[in-house]
Design a protein around this ligand. Sequence first.
Ligand code: CP
Length: 307
Amino acid sequence: MLSVRHLLGIKDLKPEDIQSVFSTADNFKDVINRPIKKVPSLRDVTIANLFFENSTRTRLSFELAERRLSADVVNFAAASSSVSKGETLIDTVSNILAMKVDMVVMRHPHPGSALFLSKHVDATIINAGDGAHEHPTQALLDAFTIREKFGEVSGKKIAIIGDILHSRVALSNIFCLKKLGAEVMVCGPATLMPKHIPALGVRVEHNLRKALEWCDVANMLRIQLERQDIRYFPSIREYIQMYGVNREILDSLSKPITIMHPGPINRGVEITSDVADSGQSLILQQVENGVAIRMAVLYLLAGRNDA
Ligand code: CP
């Protein structure tokens, strides 16, 4: 069981909650590697996946996790719904809940939308990304992947590199990694660095080489052009020169480091294809672990103990 009723953000979790998610995910990872991948844990639980913003990994991973747990699943995509006719968030969700839905997984472009929903509807809410605020299951799967690679997260040096300003992944990762005892650095152009960031207890570095020399793991973030209202750097070409990770810079470091990326990747921008597809990269392990982590979150929030 978790200390929270909803998963709105990593900020609300205790370190014991995160460890509980990890140990439950360890069990579910065994389950999904068996020939029969389904367990009856969430039989008779109905889950609605509400995506008001595009997603590939998170949407498919939640749906797979729900089906592996034998839940009943309904999917909602805003683009093909009555939202386009002006229906409000509360009306949309209230109508879905009237169909006897127990849990809601929601991605929404507005920060705070998951919290807002949790205060107005009687269902368990899981935040699948709310604007530039939090993306808690991404941070859990990232930290779980680091734990799998190194045995523990505590004491590891993690550099989060790229567009920190617009990134919900960065904020959730910072909360999660710090709760687990890791050292965290953020690296990127000053214009893509939130002013409040030092208050979160992270190092700030603007030089990519220094960040890569310091870290055990570099978690590369893409430039979120869809959230940028103004130009934060002169050109993509200059960004690549300053902050793009390629084979040449990795080979010139004093030690090998591990590369992560939450996706979607802008190949050739924040990371070159040969690095993304190399043995130094954990990108597909992150995706694989996403299913086990989301199974664990759903299972623990449903409060069942019959896995
Ligand atoms: N990492 C992530 O959230 O990817 P999607 O936007 O494809 O879900």
